[in-house]
Design a protein around this ligand. Structure first.
Ligand code: ADP
Ligand code: MG
Length: 630
């Protein structure tokens, strides 16, 4: 088939997000996931997903037309690791393709590869725009669409043959590569990467170093995704620390402030502020509806405790303001002024006493999932479930939960193998598996500890404050959905999603737990759909009929979980016996009724999760989008 690129040599490929090119002015720019494939001549992008790889070609850029390969100011899109490819179209129009990589490493690799391939382009430019067009002007220089690029490129190739010598740049990377015939390109030296700690971290392992907020570190080794070797720039001490606790100094922007919540949703900000309950307490976050716009969320008890949201506006000179009497060049300045003068806001601003909470530590040790039981200090019992007793514990100074597997409930070897896979699953809305103790019996499963226990108990114990608090309840559903969307992308089926298997952290964060365990259960009370412990009330018809599990049967269970959340922990189908439920669901096609205070649009989402045809149910990613549009 012509033009599919199937026969082209593949130099590099990965799944990244691309900004729509917005060729028509009236379409709202959005970001789409695509398979990117780099061949010696083209960068081609396809429809597709992580597992099945590439499908239909969606577009391509001829590398010979590329004029610049550069990063983009992170504030522009509120996305990390965005880079841009500027090129000229066949009509000789200048076009910019913005691509977001998943990690800094991935972005740097793409930059490196692309630059090598375009190094000889006669059309390479020595300037670019490090922003994007918004309205009719560039966010970086405020110039109109046609204005010349404003920022000097960070990387240059030597003067290409037949071109006038460009003005010399102080950039050392424009040197000739010695001894390489015809090779004018010298790969960029690995730039010194300096990062700033966003949170405190207490060293867990002997090879670790502690981090104190605002301290600076040089990254010495970042070959492992989650544990980087760093050197404290003040003390010179070297060791490992979690990469999600630091941020590159160059792109730190608002992230250095405790009151900045980044991409947190409106619901998240409300929950955060309601918990602090301080008059004037505020956070700033990226607007969910308008990229590039910030929202101030403010708590006040004036009439009754509530959180209000204000867009931070920008005037024609680029000054930020909340009310016309105070205008500032930067958001931190604006916040500072409003801490002293309410000027149009109901109260003066007061920063939160405890800022964003630190993310979960990505496991105690790089690639060490077998944990020595001598390093575990077991504390009180947290509860007991199907698989055995769960106890609170300390792994050195890290809080953990230790699940002691009842002997004979699991096919142990399968489980241990699977545990290796599970330690690699990492998402803020999944209970992090730290490792296992499999040398002795019973086997221990060691996970992160979540202070507020199971979501089901949490809903039941707080039903008085939660019922009808739809923002908070929807936020819970959204968090579970984010975790599930990640599992879906990883092609990992949960099989036992329910409120009892989700946990609630100290700050109200919700995490999905017990994923994948169900498959290793040998107890036939649990595994067969006729068994007493089988989660029939959460099971889709195709599971009840044929034991056919899929991400779509997880979606069905998710609908039931939404129902549990909006009814604050009621038992689905009330006292109905399992056999009656099977009859209702399989034969009669009944579904759960709308919980009393549940809004119609939320119930509609549940109904879509309970479509009898699995393929008709929305994917978790679709559900996130539906929620965000609410
Ligand atoms: P099982 O999967 O064997 O049924 P669960 O995972 O449901 O066991 O755990 C039983 C109880 O233990 C939960 O209801 C919860 O209260 C508590 N628990 C389990 N894991 C954790 C954890 N990571 N942090 C805090 N509490 C937990
Ligand atoms: Mg459980």
């Amino acid at each position: 088939m012509a033009g599919t690129g199937k026969n082209e040599e593949v130099l590099k490929e990965s799944f990244m997000t691309k900004r729509s090119q917005n060729k028509r002015a009236f379409t709202h720019p959005n970001w789409k996931e695509r398979w990117f494939v780099l061949s010696p001549e083209n960068l081609i992008y396809y429809d597709g997903d992580k597992q099945s790889g590439r499908r239909k070609e969606r577009g391509r850029v001829k590398l010979s037309e590329v004029v610049a390969v550069e990063c983009v100011d992170t504030e522009v899109f509120h996305r990390d690791w965005v880079f841009q490819l500027c090129y000229s179209s066949e009509e000789n129009e200048q076009i910019v393709l913005y691509i977001a990589a998943a990690t800094s490493q991935e972005r740097d690799q793409w930059l490196d590869h692309l630059r090598r391939l375009v190094a000889q382009n006669p059309c390479l430019s020595d300037h670019y725009h490090n922003g994007c067009i918004k309205g009719n002007q560039w966010t970086c220089c405020k110039g109109g669409k046609e204005v010349a690029a404003c920022t000097r490129v960070t990387w240059t190739n030597n003067n290409p043959v037949g071109q006038p010598t460009p003005s010399p740049t102080p950039d050392a990377r424009s040197e000739m590569m010695p001894g390489t015939p015809g090779g004018r390109f010298k790969p960029p030296e690995r730039q010194r990467k300096v990062v700033v700690a966003l949170y405190d971290y207490n060293a867990i392992d002997p090879g670790d170093i502690p981090l104190r907020k605002h301290e600076e570190f040089e990254v010495i080794e970042d070959t492992q995704e989650y544990w980087w070797k760093m050197k404290n720039l003040q003390t010179g001490v070297e060791g490992f620390a979690p990469s999600n606790y630091v941020r590159e100094k160059e792109t730190i922007g608002l992230h250095q402030y405790d009151w900045y919540l980044g991409d947190a949703t409106r619901q998240r900000a409300e929950v955060f502020l309601m918990q602090q309950e301080r008059e004037g307490c505020f956070v700033v976050r990226n607007s969910t509806t308008n990229s590039g716009i910030y929202t101030l969320s403010l708590f006040s008890k004036r009439s009754h405790p509530q959180v209000k949201h204000y867009h931070i506006k920008k005037d024609s000179e680029g000054n930020y303001y909340l009310s016309h009497n105070i205008k500032c060049q930067t958001i931190p300045d604006l916040i500072f002024r409003h801490q002293h003068n309410p000027a149009g806001l109901p109260v003066r601003l007061r920063p939160p006493t405890h800022g964003r909470h630190a993310p979960t530590i990505p496991g105690p040790h790089p690639d060490k999932w077998e944990i020595d039981p001598n390093e575990l200090n077991l504390l009180e019992e947290l509860g007991s479930g199907q698989f055995g007793v769960v106890r609170h514990g300390k792994l050195r100074n890290l809080d953990v939960a230790v699940k002691m597997m009842k002997e004979g409930t699991m096919s142990e070897n399968d489980f241990i193998e699977e545990a290796q896979v599970m330690t690699k699953l990492r998402h803020p809305n999944l209970v992090q598996l730290y490792g296992v103790c499999s040398m002795y019996r019973p086997i221990y499963i060691v996970t992160e500890y979540l202070k507020n226990g199971s979501l089901l108990n949490y809903l039941r114990s707080k039903d008085k404050v939660l019922i009808n608090n739809n923002e908070v309840l929807l936020d819970m559903c959204l968090q579970v959905c984010e975790g599930m969307a990640y599992l879906e992308r990883q092609k990992f089926i949960h099989r036992d999603l329910a409120a009892r298997n989700c946990l609630v952290g100290a700050h109200g964060e919700i995490k999905v737990g017990d994923f994948g365990l169900a498959r290793h259960v040998v107890d036939d009370e649990y595994t067969g759909s006729g068994g007493a412990k089988f989660p029939i009330k959460w099971a889709a018809p195709e599971v009840l009929n044929f034991m056919r599990f899929s991400s779509k049967s997880d979606v069905w269970a998710y609908g039931v979980l939404m129902w549990e959340v909006f009814s604050c922990g009621k038992m689905p189908y009330g006292k109905a016996k399992n056999t009656e439920v099977v009859e209702m669901v399989v034969q009669k096609g009944c579904v759960l009724d709308k919980p009393r205070f549940c809004p119609d649009n939320v119930y509609n989402v549940m109904r879509r999760c309970w479509d009898r045809t699995p393929e008709m149910r929305p994917a978790f990613n679709d559900i996130i989008r539906i929620f965000q549009d609410e």
